[in-house]
Write a protein of this length. Structure first.
Length: 652
């Protein structure tokens, strides 16, 4: 192959790799870990250097969730890759579901190719055209002669090996479609009153089954073979579902992008009462905030809703505004509180210096702008303030402060408080410095807690709000123990998962956990909103209930593929820098939550654990539990299941 063609091919493949990695939101380190291809190799390939081999490209394609041809490109010059005499040429690619790629594979005499597993559900069909080839799953390959063929599941290790002579084969790779699976009920479109009565009976039965133990029930509706369901028909179905008797333990979602489906999901109460107001919150602000937290549990607006809206939207303290907005949102009146700083979202995601930091995967500036509408974010700051020692002039170590919103709320509730705020992120520290520029009680240091030297005077109290799940838990706990005096307190408020033992269980737990934060706060935008904001909100409403249904139904891989596809699609949606309507703030937060979920699925910057394991690690690192509360439940009914938790630990 001419040198110029090789250079062009390498540049094209490198650009395809870089584009796919960035669209997935992966760092170089993250892709290296997922693909088992070195960071240096990936970096060189992205710059157009080197001649990528077959196995390298296939490993990268699998790690990126792509088919092989997506990295090769469609031009003949880029469709040939040679590695130790092995050549692969793309001859045809069908892009409509299911995706099918067909290659000519040529092996020199005595040469073999060991192929790693593809994504679950991928099939291969091999037809030998010349010579003799041993192929199939590595555990049970078969020898094929010219004219013979075989098919096998390619989501296991598999091989292609030539005998004493060169061989050539036609290899078709079939990628599985993302389907919702078999619904619990698949109904023809109702033709009249008796049919609608049957729909009511089926959905009522689904409600009982789900609230009594099933994770999910899906009911789909089919149009006639020659027709489609009209908008009027969909409106009638929507009204019918909304008119069904409500259950306090069940949520119903109607999705209409494909065949209409009613998804019935179990949703237990996410909040419990925080208990008696602690001594440290004796002032008027503390009393009002504690009362608002109590109202949020009840999911109804007590007294004058207009007064709550005034508290939520009028200038005042961030903590009280956010808690008032929580009450209204939980009662079915989505409300954006005063304190949302949409201007902060304009700077975009930062870039780290080679260390993997939060800003490598999640837009820290946007977090600063939109975190106040995250369920229970203000509630966790209130709970931490209540757990602080009621010592006047208390100085705390705030670990992983981030942009500083939780610390600002603590300072509102405890004006006597002073803090050393530490965070390794340059982007977060810049936000911190702006927020606390005129506050002498907050000292800011750009550092990881693991880098701090033992203090001359140990702290009596350290807090961490929303930072633990981005860190190495054991290193985090050990480092903080070195900063505390014996008998001192560590107060942690953070998100945790339901218990898991395998990687697949962890992936499913991540999905079930993150998606409830979104599903609990879905919104529709009014006419006049920017089309991009509307598209973002509607796509979330259509796709995420089904992703949760897939996860609840045990179809984790299908849920992951749906979530990744949605994330990549939403990143490309053109929308204004600033939300075009106040309710669009919720959709911007939902996109951040999706970023965090995808980062967690990639095992990057979001290594969440579960409460029981966290407590076990805390004991290993010199702490004992003093108190615990589950502040916001996402997945599971037990106190040690998924959600936002508060732990008060004592240093031994």
């Amino acid at each position: 192959m001419p040198h110029s063609v090789e250079v062009d091919r390498a540049a094209r493949i490198g650009a395809n790799i870089a584009r796919a990695r960035q669209r997935r939101g992966l760092t170089l380190d993250g892709l290296a870990e997922l693909s088992c291809v070195s960071r240096a190799t990936i970096s060189a390939l992205e710059r157009g250097h080197g001649n990528p081999g077959v196995q390298t490209l296939w490993s990268l394609a699998d790690a990126l969730g792509l088919n092989f041809a997506a990295l090769l490109g469609d031009e003949p010059a880029s469709a040939l890759v040679e590695d130790a005499g092995v050549s692969v040429r793309l001859v045809e690619r069908q892009t409509t579901p299911p995706v099918i790629e067909t290659y000519i594979l040529e092996l020199p005499a005595g040469e073999s190719r060991q192929a790693k597993p593809h994504l679950p559900g991928v099939l291969e069909h091999v037809v030998v055209l010349a010579g003799e080839m041993r192929t199939g799953p590595a555990a049970r390959p078969q020898t094929l002669r010219a004219g013979q063929s075989m098919s096998f599941a390619a989501d296991v290790d598999h091989i292609y090996a030539a005998g004493n002579a060169a061989c050539r084969a036609l290899v078709s790779v079939v990628y599985p479609e993302i389907t919702p699976g078999t619904p619990d009920h698949d109904l023809p479109w109702p033709a009249g009153g008796p049919d609608w009565d049957a729909v009511t009976a089926i959905l009522s039965r689904a409600t009982v089954e789900v609230q009594n133990g099933l994770g999910v029930s899906v009911t789909t509706f089919r149009a006639s073979p020659v027709g489609r369901i009209s908008e009027e028909g969909l409106d009638r179905l929507r009204r019918h579902v909304e008119g069904l008797p409500a259950s306090p333990a069940v949520r119903r979602f109607l999705v209409t992008s494909a065949d209409p489906a009613v998804i019935t999901l179990y949703r237990g109460s996410p909040m419990r009462d925080l208990g008696p107001r602690p001594q440290g919150l004796a002032g008027d602000l503390g009393a009002r905030c504690w009362d608002l937290a109590r109202q949020a549990v009840q999911r109804r607006v007590e007294g004058d809703a207009a007064r709550l809206e005034d508290v939520a939207r009028a200038p005042g303290t961030i903590i009280e505004a956010a808690l008032a907005a929580d009450v209204l949102t939980r009662a079915g009146r989505p409300t954006v509180p005063h304190g949302i700083n949409v201007q902060a979202a304009q700077t975009g995601r930062g870039a780290s210096d080679g260390r993997r930091l939060l800003e490598d995967r999640i837009d820290v500036d946007a977090c600063e702008a939109y975190d106040l509408v995250h369920p229970a974010h203000a509630r966790r700051a209130l709970a931490v303030a209540g757990a602080l020692p009621s010592v006047e002039g208390l100085r705390i170590l705030d670990v992983g402060t981030g942009p500083g919103l939780p610390l600002a709320m603590l300072r509102e509730l405890r004006p006597d408080l002073s803090a050393l705020a530490v965070d390794p992120s340059e982007v977060a520290v810049a936000q911190l410095k702006r927020r606390f520029a005129s506050d002498p009680n907050v000292e800011i240091r750009q550092a990881s807690v693991t880098d701090l030297a033992p203090p001359a005077s140990p702290f009596f109290c350290a807090v961490s709000i929303g930072a633990l799940h981005h860190l190495d838990t054991a290193a985090f706990l050990s480092s903080i123990r070195g900063q505390l005096e014996t008998g001192g307190l560590l107060i942690v408020a953070d998100e945790m998962l339901a218990p898991f033992r395998t990687r697949q269980e962890r992936q499913a737990a991540l999905i079930r956990h993150h998606l409830w934060y979104v599903l609990d706060t879905l919104v529709s935008l009014p006419s006049g909103s920017h089309p991009g904001d509307v598209a973002l909100a509607e796509k979330l409403r259509e796709d995420l209930p089904m992703a949760q249904a897939l996860a609840q139904g045990g179809r984790t891989e299908a849920a992951i593929r749906k979530i990744r596809a949605l994330h990549e699609e939403l990143v490309l949606v053109e929308r204004p820098v600033l939300p075009s309507h106040p309710l669009a703030v919720f959709s911007r937060f939902h996109l951040l939550e999706l970023q965090a979920l995808v980062a967690g699925l990639d095992d990057e910057v979001d290594p969440k654990t579960f409460p029981a394991r966290f407590l076990a690690l805390a004991r290993c690192c010199g702490f004992e539990l003093r108190s615990h509360q589950r502040l916001y439940a996402t997945d599971g009914d037990g106190d040690l299941d998924a959600g936002t938790h508060l732990f008060v630990l004592e240093a031994l």
